[in-house]
Design a protein around this ligand. Structure first.
Ligand code: AMP
Ligand code: MG
Length: 348
Protein backbone atom coordinates (compact mmCIF):
# COMPACT_ATOMS: atom_id res chain seq x y z
CA UNK A 1 0.00 0.00 0.00
CA UNK A 2 2.84 2.31 1.05
CA UNK A 3 4.60 1.35 -2.19
CA UNK A 4 1.62 2.35 -4.33
CA UNK A 5 1.30 5.69 -2.49
CA UNK A 6 5.00 6.40 -3.08
CA UNK A 7 4.61 5.58 -6.74
CA UNK A 8 1.71 8.05 -7.04
CA UNK A 9 3.68 10.69 -5.19
CA UNK A 10 6.65 10.13 -7.49
CA UNK A 11 4.42 10.35 -10.57
CA UNK A 12 2.93 13.57 -9.19
CA UNK A 13 6.39 15.08 -8.82
CA UNK A 14 7.34 14.08 -12.34
CA UNK A 15 4.20 15.71 -13.75
CA UNK A 16 4.75 18.88 -11.70
CA UNK A 17 8.38 19.03 -12.88
CA UNK A 18 7.26 18.52 -16.50
CA UNK A 19 4.73 21.34 -16.22
CA UNK A 20 7.39 23.58 -14.69
CA UNK A 21 9.84 22.79 -17.49
CA UNK A 22 7.16 23.51 -20.14
CA UNK A 23 6.37 26.80 -18.42
CA UNK A 24 10.05 27.73 -18.33
CA UNK A 25 10.51 26.80 -21.98
CA UNK A 26 7.45 28.86 -22.90
CA UNK A 27 8.79 31.81 -20.92
CA UNK A 28 12.22 31.50 -22.53
CA UNK A 29 10.63 31.27 -25.97
CA UNK A 30 8.44 34.29 -25.38
CA UNK A 31 11.11 36.10 -23.43
CA UNK A 32 10.87 39.85 -23.77
CA UNK A 33 8.96 39.85 -27.00
CA UNK A 34 8.01 43.31 -28.20
CA UNK A 35 5.79 44.47 -31.02
CA UNK A 36 7.05 47.69 -32.54
CA UNK A 37 4.88 49.69 -34.95
CA UNK A 38 6.51 52.10 -37.41
CA UNK A 39 3.41 54.27 -37.60
CA UNK A 40 2.11 55.45 -40.98
CA UNK A 41 4.65 56.78 -43.48
CA UNK A 42 3.89 58.23 -46.89
CA UNK A 43 5.34 56.12 -49.70
CA UNK A 44 4.21 54.82 -53.13
CA UNK A 45 1.44 57.42 -53.22
CA UNK A 46 -0.20 56.04 -50.09
CA UNK A 47 0.42 55.28 -46.43
CA UNK A 48 2.58 52.35 -45.38
CA UNK A 49 3.06 50.76 -41.98
CA UNK A 50 5.37 48.05 -40.69
CA UNK A 51 4.92 46.08 -37.47
CA UNK A 52 7.75 43.94 -36.25
CA UNK A 53 7.85 41.42 -33.41
CA UNK A 54 11.31 41.22 -31.84
CA UNK A 55 13.08 40.04 -28.74
CA UNK A 56 15.41 42.99 -28.66
CA UNK A 57 14.21 46.55 -29.25
CA UNK A 58 17.40 47.45 -31.17
CA UNK A 59 16.54 44.76 -33.68
CA UNK A 60 13.20 46.49 -34.35
CA UNK A 61 14.63 49.75 -35.68
CA UNK A 62 16.92 47.87 -38.08
CA UNK A 63 14.11 45.61 -39.33
CA UNK A 64 11.71 48.53 -39.88
CA UNK A 65 14.44 50.50 -41.69
CA UNK A 66 15.25 47.52 -43.93
CA UNK A 67 11.57 47.02 -44.78
CA UNK A 68 11.13 50.69 -45.77
CA UNK A 69 14.40 50.63 -47.75
CA UNK A 70 12.98 47.78 -49.83
CA UNK A 71 9.70 49.63 -50.36
CA UNK A 72 11.48 52.82 -51.42
CA UNK A 73 13.63 50.86 -53.82
CA UNK A 74 10.54 49.51 -55.54
CA UNK A 75 9.09 53.01 -55.69
CA UNK A 76 12.27 54.43 -57.26
CA UNK A 77 12.15 51.75 -59.97
CA UNK A 78 8.44 51.47 -60.70
CA UNK A 79 6.72 54.83 -60.13
CA UNK A 80 5.19 55.87 -63.45
CA UNK A 81 4.66 59.45 -62.20
CA UNK A 82 8.39 59.96 -61.58
CA UNK A 83 10.19 60.83 -64.83
CA UNK A 84 13.45 59.47 -63.36
CA UNK A 85 12.11 55.99 -62.58
CA UNK A 86 13.17 52.99 -64.63
CA UNK A 87 9.54 52.47 -65.58
CA UNK A 88 9.38 55.97 -67.08
CA UNK A 89 12.50 55.24 -69.07
CA UNK A 90 10.85 52.09 -70.41
CA UNK A 91 7.74 54.11 -71.26
CA UNK A 92 9.82 56.62 -73.22
CA UNK A 93 12.11 54.25 -75.13
CA UNK A 94 10.69 50.74 -75.38
CA UNK A 95 8.79 51.27 -78.62
CA UNK A 96 12.04 52.27 -80.34
CA UNK A 97 14.47 49.75 -78.86
CA UNK A 98 14.69 46.98 -76.25
CA UNK A 99 15.31 48.52 -72.82
CA UNK A 100 17.36 46.63 -70.23
CA UNK A 101 15.69 46.61 -66.80
CA UNK A 102 16.50 45.66 -63.24
CA UNK A 103 15.62 42.09 -62.16
CA UNK A 104 12.84 43.46 -59.94
CA UNK A 105 11.15 45.30 -62.83
CA UNK A 106 11.50 42.26 -65.06
CA UNK A 107 9.99 40.01 -62.38
CA UNK A 108 6.97 42.28 -61.93
CA UNK A 109 6.42 42.62 -65.69
CA UNK A 110 6.66 38.85 -66.18
CA UNK A 111 4.15 38.32 -63.35
CA UNK A 112 1.88 41.00 -64.84
CA UNK A 113 1.74 39.15 -68.16
CA UNK A 114 0.89 35.96 -66.29
CA UNK A 115 -2.03 37.70 -64.52
CA UNK A 116 -3.21 39.15 -67.84
CA UNK A 117 -3.26 35.64 -69.27
CA UNK A 118 -5.05 34.19 -66.24
CA UNK A 119 -7.66 36.97 -66.17
CA UNK A 120 -8.14 37.04 -69.94
CA UNK A 121 -6.86 40.62 -70.12
CA UNK A 122 -8.89 42.07 -67.21
CA UNK A 123 -5.58 42.78 -65.50
CA UNK A 124 -3.38 44.67 -67.93
CA UNK A 125 -0.46 46.92 -66.98
CA UNK A 126 -0.49 48.45 -70.51
CA UNK A 127 -3.71 50.25 -69.55
CA UNK A 128 -1.53 53.31 -68.73
CA UNK A 129 -2.74 55.69 -71.50
CA UNK A 130 -6.37 55.20 -70.44
CA UNK A 131 -5.51 55.60 -66.75
CA UNK A 132 -3.82 58.92 -67.59
CA UNK A 133 -6.98 60.25 -69.24
CA UNK A 134 -9.14 59.28 -66.27
CA UNK A 135 -6.61 60.84 -63.88
CA UNK A 136 -7.06 64.12 -65.77
CA UNK A 137 -10.84 63.73 -65.47
CA UNK A 138 -10.47 63.37 -61.72
CA UNK A 139 -9.03 66.88 -61.61
CA UNK A 140 -11.27 68.54 -64.20
CA UNK A 141 -14.52 66.74 -63.33
CA UNK A 142 -15.13 66.25 -67.08
CA UNK A 143 -15.15 62.83 -68.75
CA UNK A 144 -12.38 62.16 -71.32
CA UNK A 145 -13.20 63.04 -74.94
CA UNK A 146 -14.37 60.04 -76.95
CA UNK A 147 -11.61 60.41 -79.58
CA UNK A 148 -8.91 60.68 -76.92
CA UNK A 149 -10.25 57.54 -75.23
CA UNK A 150 -10.37 55.63 -78.52
CA UNK A 151 -6.79 56.63 -79.31
CA UNK A 152 -5.56 55.65 -75.83
CA UNK A 153 -7.37 52.35 -76.03
CA UNK A 154 -5.67 51.50 -79.33
CA UNK A 155 -2.30 51.52 -77.53
CA UNK A 156 -3.43 49.05 -74.85
CA UNK A 157 -2.70 45.33 -75.10
CA UNK A 158 -0.58 43.07 -72.92
CA UNK A 159 0.20 40.80 -75.89
CA UNK A 160 2.31 43.65 -77.28
CA UNK A 161 4.43 43.88 -74.13
CA UNK A 162 7.47 41.90 -75.25
CA UNK A 163 9.92 40.53 -72.69
CA UNK A 164 13.28 38.93 -73.42
CA UNK A 165 14.13 36.73 -70.44
CA UNK A 166 17.67 36.05 -71.58
CA UNK A 167 18.70 39.69 -71.89
CA UNK A 168 16.19 41.03 -69.31
CA UNK A 169 14.87 43.61 -71.77
CA UNK A 170 11.44 45.08 -72.48
CA UNK A 171 10.03 46.16 -75.80
CA UNK A 172 6.68 47.63 -76.87
CA UNK A 173 4.98 46.21 -79.95
CA UNK A 174 2.63 49.21 -80.26
CA UNK A 175 3.27 52.90 -80.48
CA UNK A 176 1.93 54.99 -77.59
CA UNK A 177 2.12 52.12 -75.09
CA UNK A 178 2.55 53.13 -71.47
CA UNK A 179 2.99 50.87 -68.46
CA UNK A 180 1.28 51.53 -65.14
CA UNK A 181 2.24 49.17 -62.30
CA UNK A 182 -0.21 50.75 -59.82
CA UNK A 183 -2.17 47.49 -59.62
CA UNK A 184 0.74 45.22 -58.67
CA UNK A 185 3.85 47.12 -57.49
CA UNK A 186 2.63 47.76 -53.94
CA UNK A 187 2.03 44.04 -53.43
CA UNK A 188 5.48 43.28 -54.79
CA UNK A 189 7.01 45.86 -52.44
CA UNK A 190 5.21 44.25 -49.48
CA UNK A 191 6.69 40.85 -50.43
CA UNK A 192 10.18 42.36 -50.69
CA UNK A 193 9.83 44.05 -47.30
CA UNK A 194 8.61 40.83 -45.67
CA UNK A 195 11.54 38.89 -47.17
CA UNK A 196 13.98 41.50 -45.87
CA UNK A 197 12.58 41.13 -42.34
CA UNK A 198 12.73 37.35 -42.54
CA UNK A 199 16.35 37.56 -43.69
CA UNK A 200 17.15 39.54 -40.56
CA UNK A 201 15.75 36.66 -38.52
CA UNK A 202 13.02 38.55 -36.67
CA UNK A 203 10.33 36.28 -35.15
CA UNK A 204 7.36 37.96 -36.85
CA UNK A 205 6.11 40.95 -38.77
CA UNK A 206 3.46 42.63 -40.86
CA UNK A 207 3.70 45.10 -43.74
CA UNK A 208 0.80 47.21 -45.01
CA UNK A 209 1.10 49.48 -48.06
CA UNK A 210 -2.26 51.14 -48.70
CA UNK A 211 -4.30 48.01 -47.94
CA UNK A 212 -1.81 45.53 -49.41
CA UNK A 213 -0.87 43.50 -46.35
CA UNK A 214 1.22 40.46 -45.58
CA UNK A 215 2.18 38.92 -42.26
CA UNK A 216 4.50 36.17 -41.07
CA UNK A 217 5.65 34.36 -37.95
CA UNK A 218 4.82 35.38 -34.40
CA UNK A 219 1.82 37.75 -34.32
CA UNK A 220 2.00 41.01 -32.40
CA UNK A 221 1.05 41.18 -28.70
CA UNK A 222 1.34 37.42 -28.08
CA UNK A 223 -1.81 36.79 -30.11
CA UNK A 224 -2.24 33.35 -31.66
CA UNK A 225 -2.92 34.74 -35.13
CA UNK A 226 -2.58 38.00 -37.01
CA UNK A 227 -5.86 39.87 -37.18
CA UNK A 228 -6.63 42.27 -40.00
CA UNK A 229 -9.62 44.59 -39.99
CA UNK A 230 -11.47 45.22 -43.26
CA UNK A 231 -12.91 48.68 -43.63
CA UNK A 232 -16.53 49.03 -44.62
CA UNK A 233 -16.32 50.64 -48.10
CA UNK A 234 -19.09 53.16 -47.38
CA UNK A 235 -18.42 53.98 -43.69
CA UNK A 236 -14.89 55.14 -43.07
CA UNK A 237 -14.76 54.41 -39.36
CA UNK A 238 -16.67 51.11 -39.48
CA UNK A 239 -15.19 47.64 -39.78
CA UNK A 240 -16.82 45.23 -42.19
CA UNK A 241 -15.16 42.21 -40.59
CA UNK A 242 -11.91 40.98 -39.10
CA UNK A 243 -9.72 38.48 -40.93
CA UNK A 244 -7.60 36.00 -38.99
CA UNK A 245 -4.51 34.58 -40.65
CA UNK A 246 -0.90 33.38 -40.49
CA UNK A 247 1.81 33.59 -43.17
CA UNK A 248 -0.56 35.10 -45.70
CA UNK A 249 -1.36 38.20 -47.68
CA UNK A 250 -4.53 40.21 -48.15
CA UNK A 251 -5.22 43.09 -50.54
CA UNK A 252 -8.23 45.30 -51.05
CA UNK A 253 -9.07 47.21 -54.20
CA UNK A 254 -11.82 49.68 -53.54
CA UNK A 255 -13.59 52.61 -55.09
CA UNK A 256 -13.76 54.33 -51.70
CA UNK A 257 -10.17 55.51 -51.26
CA UNK A 258 -9.23 56.57 -54.77
CA UNK A 259 -11.97 57.59 -57.14
CA UNK A 260 -12.99 60.42 -59.41
CA UNK A 261 -16.25 62.28 -59.49
CA UNK A 262 -17.03 62.98 -63.13
CA UNK A 263 -20.35 64.56 -64.10
CA UNK A 264 -21.49 63.95 -60.53
CA UNK A 265 -20.90 60.20 -60.86
CA UNK A 266 -18.33 58.25 -58.88
CA UNK A 267 -15.62 56.49 -60.95
CA UNK A 268 -13.20 53.92 -59.65
CA UNK A 269 -9.48 54.23 -60.51
CA UNK A 270 -9.63 50.71 -61.95
CA UNK A 271 -10.17 50.52 -65.69
CA UNK A 272 -11.74 47.76 -67.71
CA UNK A 273 -9.21 47.50 -70.58
CA UNK A 274 -11.93 46.28 -72.98
CA UNK A 275 -14.25 49.26 -72.50
CA UNK A 276 -11.61 51.84 -71.43
CA UNK A 277 -14.06 52.84 -68.74
CA UNK A 278 -14.03 52.53 -64.99
CA UNK A 279 -15.27 49.37 -63.27
CA UNK A 280 -18.48 50.07 -61.41
CA UNK A 281 -20.26 47.10 -59.93
CA UNK A 282 -17.97 46.16 -57.02
CA UNK A 283 -17.27 48.65 -54.27
CA UNK A 284 -14.52 46.64 -52.70
CA UNK A 285 -12.66 43.45 -53.55
CA UNK A 286 -10.52 41.80 -50.90
CA UNK A 287 -8.29 38.91 -51.90
CA UNK A 288 -6.53 36.53 -49.52
CA UNK A 289 -3.55 34.78 -51.14
CA UNK A 290 -0.11 33.37 -50.31
CA UNK A 291 1.80 36.43 -51.57
CA UNK A 292 1.00 40.14 -51.56
CA UNK A 293 1.80 40.50 -55.27
CA UNK A 294 -0.73 37.79 -56.07
CA UNK A 295 -3.37 39.38 -53.82
CA UNK A 296 -2.70 42.84 -55.31
CA UNK A 297 -2.95 41.79 -58.96
CA UNK A 298 -5.98 39.59 -58.33
CA UNK A 299 -7.85 42.29 -56.41
CA UNK A 300 -7.52 44.57 -59.45
CA UNK A 301 -8.39 41.74 -61.88
CA UNK A 302 -11.50 40.64 -59.95
CA UNK A 303 -12.74 44.25 -59.75
CA UNK A 304 -12.73 44.33 -63.56
CA UNK A 305 -14.09 40.80 -64.01
CA UNK A 306 -16.96 41.44 -61.57
CA UNK A 307 -18.54 38.86 -59.30
CA UNK A 308 -19.26 35.85 -61.48
CA UNK A 309 -16.12 35.69 -63.60
CA UNK A 310 -14.04 37.01 -60.71
CA UNK A 311 -15.08 34.24 -58.32
CA UNK A 312 -14.65 31.65 -61.09
CA UNK A 313 -11.07 32.88 -61.64
CA UNK A 314 -10.29 32.51 -57.93
CA UNK A 315 -11.74 29.00 -57.89
CA UNK A 316 -9.15 28.09 -60.53
CA UNK A 317 -6.18 29.42 -58.50
CA UNK A 318 -5.19 27.42 -55.40
CA UNK A 319 -5.09 29.08 -51.97
CA UNK A 320 -6.97 32.23 -53.00
CA UNK A 321 -10.17 33.50 -51.38
CA UNK A 322 -12.21 36.67 -51.69
CA UNK A 323 -14.68 38.93 -49.93
CA UNK A 324 -16.57 41.22 -52.31
CA UNK A 325 -18.87 44.13 -51.54
CA UNK A 326 -21.18 45.13 -54.37
CA UNK A 327 -22.06 48.78 -54.99
CA UNK A 328 -25.51 47.90 -53.63
CA UNK A 329 -23.86 46.90 -50.35
CA UNK A 330 -24.43 43.16 -50.83
CA UNK A 331 -21.62 40.96 -49.47
CA UNK A 332 -20.27 37.97 -51.42
CA UNK A 333 -17.64 35.45 -50.38
CA UNK A 334 -15.59 32.84 -52.22
CA UNK A 335 -16.00 29.15 -51.40
CA UNK A 336 -13.71 28.87 -48.36
CA UNK A 337 -13.40 32.52 -47.33
CA UNK A 338 -15.12 31.81 -43.98
CA UNK A 339 -11.95 30.00 -42.85
CA UNK A 340 -10.34 33.45 -42.50
CA UNK A 341 -13.22 35.44 -41.06
CA UNK A 342 -13.45 36.03 -37.33
CA UNK A 343 -16.88 35.30 -35.89
CA UNK A 344 -18.09 35.07 -32.31
CA UNK A 345 -18.17 31.24 -32.65
CA UNK A 346 -14.66 30.83 -33.99
CA UNK A 347 -12.95 33.29 -31.64
CA UNK A 348 -9.48 32.10 -32.55
P1 AMP B 1 -5.39 48.54 -57.07
O1 AMP B 1 -5.72 49.63 -56.12
O2 AMP B 1 -4.36 47.59 -56.62
O3 AMP B 1 -6.60 47.83 -57.58
O4 AMP B 1 -4.70 49.22 -58.34
C1 AMP B 1 -5.34 50.20 -59.09
C2 AMP B 1 -4.31 50.86 -59.97
O5 AMP B 1 -3.89 49.93 -60.97
C3 AMP B 1 -4.89 52.04 -60.72
O6 AMP B 1 -4.70 53.23 -59.99
C4 AMP B 1 -4.07 52.03 -61.99
O7 AMP B 1 -2.81 52.62 -61.74
C5 AMP B 1 -3.84 50.55 -62.23
N1 AMP B 1 -4.89 49.91 -63.05
C6 AMP B 1 -6.13 50.36 -63.34
N2 AMP B 1 -6.83 49.47 -64.07
C7 AMP B 1 -6.01 48.40 -64.23
C8 AMP B 1 -6.14 47.15 -64.89
N3 AMP B 1 -7.25 46.79 -65.53
N4 AMP B 1 -5.07 46.29 -64.86
C9 AMP B 1 -3.93 46.62 -64.22
N5 AMP B 1 -3.75 47.78 -63.58
C10 AMP B 1 -4.75 48.67 -63.58
MG1 MG C 1 -4.11 45.61 -57.07
Amino acid sequence: MQNVRNKYRFAGHVIAAAILICLLLWLIHHRRQFSVDSGARRVMGTLARVVVVVQDRNQAAAAIQKAFDEIENVQILMNDRDPNSQLSEVNRRAFFEPVAVDDAVFEVLAASIEYSRLSDGAFDVTVGPVVLLWRQSATTGEPPAAEALAEARASVGWQSLLLDAEHKTVRFGKEGMRLDLGGIAKGYAVDRAIQAMRDLGVPGGMVDIGGNIRCFGQPAHYARHWQIGLQDPRHEQALLMTLVMDERAVATSGDYRRFAVVDGQRFSHIINPRTASSSQTLSSVTIIAPTAMQADALSTAVTVLEEQKGLALLDSIPETEAVLVKSSGELLKSRNADRFILTSDNNK
